[in-house]
Design a protein around this ligand. Sequence first.
Ligand code: 9MR
Length: 747
Amino acid sequence: MKRRRTVLLTLAALLGATLTGLPAGPAAADEVEQLKNGTFDTTTAPWWTTSNVTAGLSDGQLCADVPGGTANRWDAAVGQNDVTLVKGESYRFAFKVSGSPEGHVVRAIVGLQVSPYDTYFEISPQLTVSGDTYAYTFTSPVDTTQAQVAFQAGGSADAWRMCMDDVSLLGGVPPEVYHPDTGPRVRVNQVGYLPSGPKNATLVTDATTRLPWQLKNAGGTTVAHGWSVPRGVDVSSGQNVHSIDFGAYRRPGKGFTLVADGETSRPFDIGTGDYEQLRLDSLKYYYPQRSGIAIRDDLRPGYGRPAGHVDVPPNQGDSNVACQPGVCDYTLDVTGGWYDAGDHGKYVVNGGIATWELLSTYERELLARTGESGRLRDGTLAVPESGNKVPDVLDEARWELEFLLKMQVPDGRPLAGMAHHKVHDEQWTGLPLLPSDDPQKRELHPPSTQATLNLAATAAQAARLYRPYDRAFAAKALSAARKAWTAALAHPAMYASASDGTGGGTYDDTNATDEFYWAAAELYLTTGEQQFADYVRTSPVNTADIFGPLGFDWGRTAAAGRLDLATVPSKLPGRDKVRQSVVKGADRYLATLTSQPYGMPYAPDDNLYDWGSSAQVLNNAVVLATAYDITGAAKYRDAATQSMDYILGRNALNISYVTGYGEVTSHNQHSRWYAHELDPNLPNPPRGTLAGGPNSSIQDPYAQSKLQGCVGQFCYIDDIQSWSTNETAINWNAALARMASFVADQG
Ligand code: 9MR
């Protein structure tokens, strides 16, 4: 079909530039078509097909007969190679496509035609028989002459026919200006406020003087009113805002709204029930992250799937995994554990902090004044082990602990006692991809000091917590922890390489002093032995100022040791000082929260939101919560509780970062198997899944194409392609579980 495309688009681009008030892009005048023969007027050349697809001309379109019975999208495809892309240039990718019978999915990509087959843009529409026109703008993250445009149509059980026309990749277009839909300007915790807890909201407005507000119940009756407090321009969002405090109202109920400046907030509850549920859902997240076991649909309706990375083809399996070439000459059974995130990798460092935070969620219930361990008892999480008389959270954490133990180098091998840093695919895989469909070779990566100390710390912590339920496992864990500790002392600076990032994340870190401190702390708390007390007390980390703006995380683990030394009973000399240091850290986060018009304990330097900022906000809140557990002072409890407001909707985007909790929530997190956005037959992430959240560095091309120049809180997009702002991860959900559990306990 012939078109007048170029002229029309240039006009649209110029109009767009004027309407948005932005300068026209430098290349606006010369938009250039990058594809050859996207109109199929007389031939299908130079388009190729995989050998199982037959394509030909039909009514001026390319029509392809796609076989049934292939596994992956890319197993049956039509494409064009040798396309040139220029780094930083924006492209408009447009096509018309139909599919018969109705409802098949095609994955349209622009990516690299050679290994490692990076994808720069992808979209997977579900096709109609009559066909639709699709158009997207993205920005190329690379310079290449080896890009490919492909329509991947495999993965269907039955055969079908796909027809396409007017395929275009137009270079030199202005980058798309993305305007998130942020809904009403009154920003609240869309889930709920505790009846006796703080109740705060943020109003986005041009007004510079105070405005009246009304709290309305579900029937629309005003039940409280007051005045907003102008806060000026908020650095984290760039917005002029007011704050609203309606904490004096304490009556429980559902469906409240807050009205101010002519806007009505999204509805919310006043009550405790939502947090009881969130405590469980955030923990139930882990079972369908498990590797090496089939996920039962009766336990997680809609989430059942075959076991991943057991040795069933096309999986190459995790039961006999060799190292990367030259790294070791043995194989290990490293089945089990949790998949780290949206990828199929398993990493000891991130597994370590995630396991610690789940175990600490449980341990707090045993120790804190508002804790109640029965809340996490056997039978609470609907896991396969429910009914075994062991608290379900311990069953879940054990699934990962057993994997961490398997990552330890066996006796008699070089570096015995050290832990391999990670196991993952040799090459990155595309999306969607069920764990059981991953065809890649798995590889063990070299041991690292940090992985070894993550193992030492969590296995030592496990030894004290599992002892009442399984003495043999507790003893096994403690002996592995001791062995790891000794090995780490002998190899104190074996760091994972920052360039070992093909097929999986690097989790590189060149400072192990915090991991040494954390492991020594856990070993001391479990054994009471002098050697570990001495290590803790002479470590500079014991008195260092560790409660910085970005808080603690997989690479900054000193706080894990410090918080446990402050709360788990011991005879550590100087323990009071350790406790005071946590309270001092909490004072800093309290000051941050008070200064933030959106009320979160997070204000990164230069307003640079970090990768996984949602979890960093929550971990800073954990320090506040721990200060409450230490002192009993209400200001820390209230600040910790208030931190949840930001996560659940009181933010610049008016979104709850927890799937299923709030009116508008993240639900397209980057995941190879919760890939509903790419394949309607797959589910969204389960309720209670936390999104990584705003990340100023926007490392993924999709975020780069939408969010260039974003301010702090705006550096987020709920799209499956945005792996740097919208992934799910085991360490992040652990922070959510820890805080949800704390808040539930305050009811
Ligand atoms: O959470 C990690 C973040 O702190 C790092 O900056 C980033 C880049 O190394 O990696 C993040 O972790 C990802 C890991 O490397 C691979 N699995 C998914 C993790 C979450 O995005």
